[in-house]
Design a protein around this ligand. Structure first.
Ligand code: THG
Length: 265
């Protein structure tokens, strides 16, 4: 399971305060905590700084890269911000994200075509958010086929079928999970990824829903997630689910996680 640590996001109070105070040490500590708890990428999102997002994105990326050796996941809907971040990022980042929305697609395609970045392909188009499994599969097909045509290796594509709140439509969970299954079956070698917190929006005990949902999606083939790596129950559940889903030969990852004391709460 590839884990993207979600905590460096300016919509979180602790991050906003650290950015406003230019407190690099606070940002570095959060990057290191996530890295030490298994994050393979550190998501960086400065989306709340309207008009100044590029400036704060760049500061956050260089600060994170001074602290940890894992690359960043550059999280912005604005292609200009992504390009500014790419210029200074050392090593090979993940880009979060391209979508079928025309402006975003046209601006980001030349950036990713023929490059070795990992790219999150978000299932959104100019006609809005997908509702059903078939909506998601249709957008995913266009995204994957067009990226591959433009020399993006299928293994570098992480399709995000888009999690929507279960409180607004009681089929959003199953439609998402069936989309994961269909996308993984249709495009051998492609990855699937998601953020979890939307699923539980508007309901109590959100962590319970998020933790259960990730386990169910792993059963359908989800192989990466944007999560809080410091949520021990979530991480332990992910390890257990991957092993139980038959994706852990000789249970060796499970045993390693146990020895690293990642399974106790
Ligand atoms: N898909 C893609 N990218 C995304 C999302 C997605 N980026 C943004 C978001 N969704 C994922 N990132 C976050 C970041 C922070 C929080 C939620 C999602 C958040 N965290 C809790 C808080 O601040 O209180 C802390 C986490 C916890 O304690 O469990 O709110 O869907 N491609």
């Amino acid at each position: 399971m590839l884990i993207v640590g979600e905590l460096i996001n300016s919509s979180r109070k602790a991050i906003k305060e650290a950015v406003d105070a230019e407190d690099a040490e606070a940002i570095k500590k959060i990057a290191i905590d996530q890295y030490e708890n298994g994050a393979n990428y550190i998501d960086v999102n400065a989306g709340t700084y309207v008009g100044k997002e590029d400036k704060y994105m760049k500061w956050l990326i260089s600060t994170v890269q001074e602290a940890v050796e894992v690359p960043c996941c550059i999280d912005s809907p604005d292609p200009k911000v992504v390009e500014a971040a790419l210029e200074l990022h050392k090593g090979t980042p993940m880009i979060n994200s391209i979508s079928l929305e025309k402006e975003r697609w046209d601006a980001l395609l030349p950036v990713v075509a023929g490059s070795d970045v990992k790219i999150i392909a978000l299932c959104m188009s100019d006609s809005g958010m997908p509702e059903t499994k078939d909506d998601r599969l249709s957008i995913a097909s266009d995204l994957v086929n067009d990226l591959v045509k433009n020399n993006v290796p299928v293994e570098n594509i992480y399709v995000d079928p888009l999690v929507q709140p279960i409180s607004t439509n009681d089929s959003y969970g199953i439609e998402f999970m069936n989309a994961v299954e269909a996308i993984m079956a249709e495009f051998p070698g492609v990855h699937t990824i998601c953020g979890l917190s939307n699923i539980s929006y508007g309901l109590p005990e959100r962590k319970l829903l998020n933790q259960t949902f990730v386990v169910m999606a792993i059963c359908k083939g989800l192989d990466s997630a944007i999560i809080n790596p410091l949520d021990r129950r979530m991480v332990a559940g992910i390890h257990a689910a991957e092993t139980l889903a038959g994706r852990d030969e000789y249970c060796s990852n499970y045993l390693m996680a146990y020895r690293e004391q990642k399974l106790s709460l």
